[in-house]
Design a protein around this ligand. Structure first.
Ligand SMILES: *[C@@H]1O[C@H](CO)[C@@H](O)[C@H](O)[C@H]1NC(C)=O
Ligand SMILES: *[C@@H]1O[C@H](CO)[C@@H](O)[C@H](O)[C@H]1NC(C)=O
Ligand SMILES: *[C@@H]1O[C@H](CO)[C@@H](O)[C@H](O)[C@H]1NC(C)=O
Ligand SMILES: *[C@@H]1O[C@H](CO)[C@@H](O)[C@H](O)[C@H]1NC(C)=O
Length: 509
């Protein structure tokens, strides 16, 4: 039925004049224009391999969970550990609205309420020593590094931030040798008024950050930890969030934080429609958020990189039947591509666990985005390249990076794509015509199509076998690559021998 919604777009596609197949010289006149269906179109992709403005480290794709999830059982499940390990190396942000309600009490004995999870983000909860121990030990076993979101709503009588509970946590953790490489303070402070009927000015927040930094300096284990803030959401569309970020930077935040952090959601889950998830217009909106944040950062004499510490398709828990289905992969892969191209240092997927936008279900079954994330993690690291698509087509979005050396030799390159056309299209990697290619094509896992709960890799539905993940194997081929209608995937050129990639992996670690 959903296909009916696309019929108008499909009709339009049929009418578009598309140049004849095979690569076209940029300046050559289009002498052979023929009316064709998009199904026959071939697109020549030329990657600019001579320069790269940005580079992603291997932790670029990271994950987030709500602070309250720390009260779940992090010791019980081998399956959960295998799932988390598959995303390593990565950072895990423990944060969000409930961060401002977390109270650490090492003297509290674990009780029956220990593992009680309520859906209300806005009630205080206590974290016991045992819960903390199990959680940090899970992260260590999984190979995830912690970004800890500190409660910003504990204040002294004079209204300054009260660091004593954070001190308790650090004191306890330091004695146990718990690594916490990143901290941040509060969550979406420009919305405190709306959410909690209180106000924290950006100037006050900068003071709070200074207090936190001084606190960390007391502990040799945390003195070198990195800080990021202020975690405001949707700076392109929220004027309040944008002004908050501006004032945070103007108040000297960049002297304290290592990165400026923002959140991004394309839309509210209650308004999300299927067509939004495959819309280039929605995808492009992210560029405005990143550009605003970077412009604001550069307004400081000490510009800092921008990081996306909380981001997903839709706010308010994600859209049921969309954010947890195959179709979510389009917005997710495009976000990773755009963020990498603009030099964002991390993209923390909201969430690893919890909500419809989670990578895995509450029963720890992977959603399609989980497998997409694992592939991205296994394949991509290092310099990002610009590329040219000829003829241009907004329905075809393509990105290029160096390949990670987990599976490939230094010098290998990955081209990844979203085909938003409702028909097959053909990609021609003109520079690598003679090369062997490794294709990882992801398509819906069953007959539900775009809203499938499953995903196929090269035609095989990906399924766990007990607690074990399937191996993600490529299909080998040479020549032009046929992209399925409404699909996405990765094309690796194992022997591309791109010198910028070789050099990246030769550098000192
Ligand atoms: C590749 O990028 C560099 C730097 O932006 C530019 O100078 C050069 O002209 C580009 N090469 C091609 C073939 O577009
Ligand atoms: C964690 O799980 C292991 C294996 O099931 C068990 O031996 C251990 O006692 C548990 N630790 C805690 C603190 O519950
Ligand atoms: C941690 O707490 C203990 C007990 O209160 C105290 O003696 C110690 O100095 C604290 N450590 C640091 C680094 O503040
Ligand atoms: C890769 O390229 C370099 C020059 O950039 C060349 O010296 C080397 O032999 C090439 N390696 C392979 C395996 O083709």
């Amino acid at each position: 039925m959903a296909w009916l919604r696309f019929s108008i777009i499909l009709l339009l596609n049929m009418c578009v004049l598309i140049a004849h197949s095979s690569p076209i010289e940029a300046d050559a006149p289009l002498t052979m224009q023929v009316a064709r269906s998009a199904a026959d179109a071939t697109y020549a992709v030329t990657v600019n391999l001579t320069s790269s403005q940005h580079s992603c480290d291997v932790r670029f794709l990271s994950v987030a969970i709500g602070s309250r999830r720390i009260t779940l059982d992090w010791n019980g499940s081998e399956k959960l550990l295998n799932l988390a390990s598959a995303l390593s190396p990565a950072d895990l942000r423990l944060g969000g609205t409930s961060a401002n309600f977390l109270h650490f009490d090492p003297t509290e004995r674990p009780g029956t309420r220990d593992r009680f999870y309520t859906s209300s983000h806005k009630t205080p909860f206590t974290v016991t020593a045992r819960q903390w121990d199990l959680f940090v030990s899970f992260l260590r076993k999984a190979g995830l590094d912690l970004l800890f979101n500190v409660n910003n709503l504990m204040w002294t009588k004079d209204g300054s931030w009260d660091p004593s509970n954070a001190d308790k946590l650090l004191n306890y953790s330091s004695a146990k040798g718990v690594q916490i490489p990143y901290f941040q303070l509060g969550n979406e402070p420009s919305s405190y008024q709306r959410n909690f009927y209180i106000n924290r000015s950006p100037q006050k927040l900068v003071q709070d950050y200074r207090t936190l930094k001084n606190l960390l300096a007391k502990y040799p284990l945390y003195a070198g930890s990195k800080l990021n803030g202020p975690d405001v959401a949707n700076v392109a569309t929220s004027y309040k969030a944008r002004v908050y970020l501006q004032e945070f930077v103007a108040a000297g935040a960049n002297d304290i934080v290592d990165e400026l952090s923002i959140h991004h959601y394309y839309m509210d889950s209650r308004k999300a429609r299927m067509e939004d998830f495959i819309s280039p217009t929605w995808m492009n909106y992210l560029k405005h958020d990143l550009a605003h944040a970077q412009t604001i950062s550069r307004s400081s004499p000490r510009p800092k990189p921008v990081t996306l510490t909380e981001t997903a398709s839709c706010s308010n828990g994600g859209a049921s039947g969309l954010s947890d289905r195959y179709i979510a992969g389009f917005l997710w892969l495009d976000k990773l591509g755009l963020a990498a191209q603009s030099g964002v240092t991390r993209v923390f997927r909201q969430t690893f666990l919890g909500g419809y936008y989670a990578l895995i279900s509450n029963r720890h079954d992977p959603h399609p985005d989980f497998y997409l994330s694992v592939l991205y993690k296994q394949l991509i690291e290092g310099p990002v390249f610009n590329l040219n698509i000829s003829p241009p087509n907004p329905q075809l979005r393509v990105y290029a990076h160096c390949a990670r050396t987990l599976l490939y030799l230094p010098g290998a390159i990955v081209v990844y794509y979203l085909n938003l056309e409702k028909s097959q299209t053909v990609l021609s990697l003109s520079q690598f015509q003679a090369n062997d290619l490794h294709l990882y094509q992801l398509t819906p896992g069953d007959t539900s199509g775009l809203t499938s709960k499953y995903v196929k890799l090269n035609g095989q539905t990906l399924m766990m076998s007990g607690t074990k993940l399937p191996t993600l194997l490529p299909r080998l081929q040479t020549g032009d690559v046929t992209l399925e209608a409404l699909s996405f995937g990765f094309i690796v050129v194992p022997h591309a021998n791109v010198s910028l990639c070789v050099e990246y992996f030769q550098r000192d670690p």
